[in-house]
Design a protein around this ligand. Structure first.
Ligand code: DGL
Length: 284
């Protein structure tokens, strides 16, 4: 069984794409709705909350946990993969983040390529990254993009409040105001120059992708993170099929929340009308 973790509803964008791509596999989702948003929290809290979420999914039988959250990936993935997991009782299991496939797609360069290669070495594109405060202040995206495209310009924009507004299913008009503020902030940084590509570097943001599309210049190509992540995941699973094997009979997608399952299912359905009912995970 494969686990997908996020602070709240955002990871559903990735989870849904996974369930649709691999209908034959067992997936379990955990949204830490009791503690969302992560993006304004200190890094140490993001690490602790992410570790607790991953551990819960391991306890429930996940062999592999995908962090469907940019904030958790930027802040916690490396620490959990390199320091915590090898010392824990969960050796043999694995944790994946979602920054690597996104950077690969944005730079058209495999993650394993450590030094810039032609033609990306001479690529002078402008790449926009929208994200939470914690993701943007980690500088993970600009650092990883510039390793592969040293001449590209990476412009980052914090969209604070957007995660909380999505979680509470605020009216579309309110969400649009927040998105427009973010896009305006980005274009102010570029002097009005439209970016070549834009990464919605928070898994909540694809839930309002149409609003980003409406306010970004038509020239700017939006990178779809759920699709990118699922393509990369397919490739990963083809090389490591043992992670997909489930013990016991198939049970279909299962969704857990640390919040109130009824309320969470209700807001989840605003963005994904067919989302299965959430179940309570454990009180944390
Ligand atoms: N979906 C998370 C992300 O991708 C949202 C973080 C938050 O809870 O602020 O960053």
């Amino acid at each position: 069984m494969i686990g997908v973790f996020d602070s709240g509803h955002g990871g559903l964008t990735v989870f849904r794409a996974l369930v649709e791509r691999f209908p034959e596999l067992d997936f379990m989702y955990l949204g830490d709705h009791a503690n969302v948003p992560y993006g304004n929290r200190p890094s140490s809290e993001v690490v602790d909350l992410t570790r607790a979420g991953v551990e819960l999914l391991f306890q429930r039988g996940a062999k592999l946990v995908l962090l469907g959250c940019n904030t958790a990936t930027c802040v916690a993935a490396r620490t959990l993969q390199q320091d915590w997991l090898p010392q824990s009782k969960w050796t043999g299991r694995n944790i994946l983040g979602i920054v690597a496939p996104t950077v690969e797609a944005a730079t058209q360069t495999p993650w394993a390529v450590a030094t810039p290669q032609y033609p990306q070495k001479y690529n002078t594109d402008v790449i926009a990254v929208f994200g939470t405060m914690r993701t943007i202040n980690s500088f993970v995206y600009p650092e990883e993009i510039r390793k592969r495209c040293p001449r590209a310009t990476v412009v980052q924009q914090i969209c604070s409040d957007l995660v909380a507004a999505i979680e509470t299913a605020r009216p579309e008009a309110d969400l649009e105001v927040i998105v427009k503020r973010g896009v305006d902030g980005l274009l102010a940084q570029t002097g009005g120059q439209p970016p070549h590509r834009a990464i919605l570097g928070c898994t909540h943001f694809p839930l309002v992708e149409h609003l980003f599309r409406r306010h970004l210049p038509p020239f700017t190509r939006l990178l779809s993170q759920p699709e990118i992540v699922v393509d990369s995941f397919e490739d990963y699973l083809a090389r490591r099929p043992h992670y997909a094997i489930s013990a016991g009979p198939r049970r279909g997608p299962c969704l857990l929340t640390t919040g109130d399952p009824k309320a969470i299912t209700r807001t989840g359905r605003v963005f994904w009308p067919a989302v299965p009912d959430f179940e309570v995970s454990a009180i944390r």
